[in-house]
Design a protein around this ligand. Structure first.
Ligand code: FAD
Ligand code: NAG
Length: 444
């Protein structure tokens, strides 16, 4: 039943190497794996890591995401700054437009990265970032294997269906790979984390705080008029659309936000969270009479092979670990796309968790405690959304939408925006954070 590494004879031998299961190869998962294999310990002492991912490959989908503050430091530690900067979306800033494409306000990005605005100076497509991070983990794994270590085992197209733990081990059952035992299990499986459900059971009920808003992400053929700015159009009935550059010549990205205060969408979606046909139908219905780029939007929804639809929500848990199981990224503390911080938190979490585990190799409880201590303040700040987000930005009536544009224009003209961004306090801008001795090999 057990596939423990040979060094591990099933006893708590503190000299044996740990085996760690990471569930979810999105953003946080591959970074954690990379950093766990980048400790200064001898290769024989490095943990044996398994990454489990339910998709067949790193998903190429997902749209524009921001990397801010501490996230940029971590990308740097991983040696990926250049690779990432080569494929950023190049967004110049945000324009608030009306149905006739008139600009009511515009906020430029600060390309120096000193001031955090709606557009970060590092914006990248999520799928692209996931691919880059997975690529790094694969290269580090190969390198460790070449030096006689265990490296990373990648188990894709599979999922976790059972989990229980005793004092020494976590026992899991994967749908295809069967039963296995690990010293530690990390749930980096996103907002709807299965790991969280399995390990916490009813104790996690209610931890998902709905923001009563759904988001549909997809791409569309780029048109000449799209330009390099984000256009944000608000329609009455609690909807908005963002059209954004993708960093490529042929593609623009779309985000449709749908307010769901009545809970009608939630009821329709229940039990069909992965039914893309149903999701597309629902979004198409809502796009009727949106007035702005309606036929283009609809064609794009129909044609999209990277359509991604989900609720927006935050995850709030009192503690991110339970025995030998720990949560990372959105699984533990999703802040929602409105925070602009999900990816940065996922990176920071992977960094602190890896660092804590390396600092306390034989005391996972201490490591988990330290990880949480370092991450909590960042998470608490990121989960405080800007005043009025998201519903103030999604008025239900025609006049509400007009008022919102006037409000944005007023802010723009009086440059209160600078004050506001100071008030919100860019949560990612931590200048001091705990350092660990990672040794990430330089690549050319
Ligand atoms: C397809 C997709 C598109 C997204 N698009 C956007 C976007 O456009 N804008 C935005 O702000 N945020 C988006 N997000 C969320 C964003 O990626 C996260 O907020 C952030 O990057 C935190 O990353 P994470 O690694 O914690 O979680 P995620 O990036 O959500 O990664 C979780 C990973 O776990 C995998 N997984 C889930 N359940 C299981 C299971 N049972 N077994 C095995 N593997 C599992 C998923 O397939 C995924 O690869 C998207 C997420 C996904 C999955
Ligand atoms: C993924 O798994 C399914 C069965 O669960 C199988 O039909 C499919 O071929 C697999 N895909 C790949 C790429 O291995």
């Amino acid at each position: 039943m057990s596939t423990s590494p040979p060094l591990h004879s099933g006893t708590t031998n503190s000299r044996a190497r740990q085996n760690i299961l990471i569930v979810g190869c999105g953003i946080a998962g591959p970074v954690l794996a990379t950093l766990l294999l980048s400790s200064p310990q001898s290769v024989a002492r490095l943990p044996q890591v398994t990454i489990l991912e339910r998709n067949t490959a790193a998903l190429g989908s997902g749209q524009n995401i921001d990397i801010r503050g501490i996230g940029k430091h971590i990308i740097n530690i991983l040696g990926l700054t250049d690779e990432i900067k080569e494929t950023t979306t190049g967004e110049e800033g945000v324009k608030i437009v009306d149905a006739n494409n008139r600009i009511w306000a515009q906020y430029a990005a600060d390309k120096t990265g000193k001031v955090e605005t709606g557009t970060s100076d590092v914006e990248i497509l999520r799928g692209r970032l996931a691919e880059i991070l997975l690529g790094k983990a694969k290269r580090v794994s190969k390198d460790v294997e070449a030096r006689g270590g265990a490296g990373i085992e990648f188990v894709f197209n599979d999922t976790i269906e059972h989990l229980d733990q005793d004092d020494d081990k976590v026992h899991v059952r994967l749908t295809k790979a069967g039963e296995r035992s690990y010293d530690l299990v990390v749930g980096s499986d996103g907002l709807h984390s299965r790991t969280r459900q399995l390990a916490w059971g009813q104790a996690q009920d209610g931890c998902l705080k709905q923001l009563e808003m759904y988001g549909a992400f997809f791409s569309t053929k780029k048109e000449a008029a799209d330009g390099e700015w984000r256009s944000w159009y608000h329609s009455p009935r609690g909807m908005s659309v963002m059209l954004r550059p993708s960093g490529t010549k042929d593609k623009s990205t779309m985000l449709v936000l749908l307010a769901d205060k009545s809970g009608a969408i939630a009821r329709e979606m229940r039990g069909s969270e992965r039914d893309v046909v149903l999701q597309k139908r629902l979004v198409l219905e809502k796009l009727n009479g949106i007035f702005w780029q309606e036929s283009r939007l609809k064609d794009a929804v129909r044609a999209a092979d990277d359509f991604y639809f989900d609720c927006t929500a935050q995850v709030k848990l009192e503690k991110w670990s339970k025995g030998r199981v720990v949560l990372l990224g959105d699984a533990g503390h999703c802040a929602s796309p409105f925070s602009g911080m999900g990816t940065t938190l996922a990176l920071a979490g992977a960094y602190h968790l890896a660092g804590s585990l390396i600092s306390h190799p034989d005391q996972h409880d201490l490591a988990f405690e330290q990880y949480e201590e370092n991450m909590r303040p960042l998470v608490t700040k990121a989960q405080k959304l800007a005043p009025g987000m998201p519903h103030l930005f999604h008025p239900q009536t025609f006049w509400g939408a007009c008022l919102l544009r006037i409000f944005c224009a007023a802010i723009y003209w009086s440059s209160i925006i600078n004050l506001l961004s100071r008030f919100k306090g860019p949560p990612a801008q931590v200048r001091k954070f705990k350092q660990y001795d990672f040794v990430v090999k330089k690549e050319i």
